[in-house]
Design a protein. Structure first.
Length: 202
C-alpha cells in the first residue's frame, strides 16, 4: 500500500509530494541520527578492492557523467530518479535518501541508494558500470546495503521486473526474498531479509 500511495502522490500531486518528502526526511533524520552518523565507519570494512563511500555534493558532477556513460539498455529496469547534476544534488541533500558510490581509485564503478521512510521501511536500488560487470560489484553493493539496513534496524524492500533475471539473481545471492505481491506494472514487490554480510564484498 505504501508503494502505491507514494507513487500516486508523487505523480498526481507534486506539491504535496514535496511537503511529504521534506517532512519524512526530517523525521527520519531525527529518528536515526546516531546510526546515520556511524555509516561512514561501517563502510571502512569494504575496502579490499573497491572503496564504498557516501555520495557528497562534490560527487554530483562525476555521478552525472557516470550515468551519461552507461548504455541505454542499462536503464531498461533502472530509472528511480533523474540523472542530471541538479537532480542528483537535490537528492544528495535529502536526509532520507542515502546515496552510495563504489569507486576504483577515483572512478565511479557502481551506484546504489536506500530510499528511507520514517515508518522504518526502506527501498533499495543499484546499478553497476556496464564496463565493470562480473567483477563482484553487485554483490559488494548488496552486502553493504545489508550491513547498513541491519545497523539502522530497517525493513528492506525492492521492486524487480520478472524479466530482470540478473537483478533477481544478485538479490537472491545476498538476501532471502519474499514476493509480497505483483504490482500493476508487472514488477515484483519484494521484501528482502539480509543474509549475513561477508565483509570486503569481493
Amino acid at each position: 500500500m505504501l508503494y502505491e500511495v507514494t507513487h500516486f502522490v508523487q505523480d498526481k500531486m507534486p506539491w504535496m509530494w514535496n511537503m511529504v518528502e521534506w517532512g519524512n526526511a526530517e523525521v527520519f533524520a531525527m529518528q536515526y541520527h546516531k546510526g546515520l552518523k556511524e555509516i561512514p565507519a561501517l563502510l571502512e570494512n569494504y575496502t579490499d578492492r573497491f572503496r564504498v563511500v557516501v555520495a557528497s555534493k562534490e560527487d554530483a558532477s562525476a555521478m552525472a557523467k557516470f550515468f551519461t556513460e552507461q548504455p541505454e539498455e542499462a536503464f531498461k529496469f533502472f530509472h528511480p530518479h533523474e540523472f542530471d547534476e541538479k537532480s542528483l544534488l537535490k537528492l544528495i541533500k535529502r536526509k532520507s535518501f542515502l546515496m552510495f558510490l563504489v569507486k576504483d581509485g577515483e572512478e565511479i564503478v557502481g551506484y546504489f541508494f536506500l530510499r528511507c521512510f520514517a515508518n522504518g521501511n526502506t527501498f533499495k536500488g543499484r546499478i553497476v558500470d556496464a564496463r565493470r560487470r562480473n567483477q563482484g560489484i553487485a554483490k559488494l553493493m548488496g552486502n553493504v546495503i545489508n550491513e547498513v539496513v541491519l545497523h539502522l534496524g530497517l525493513r528492506l524492500f525492492t521492486t524487480i521486473s520478472p524479466e530482470n533475471y540478473a537483478s533477481l539473481a544478485s538479490t537472491k545471492a545476498v538476501n532471502d526474498i519474499k514476493i509480497v505481491r505483483t504490482l500493476e506494472n508487472g514488477y515484483y514487490y519484494i521484501e528482502c531479509t539480509p543474509k549475513k554480510p561477508t565483509g570486503g564484498g569481493v
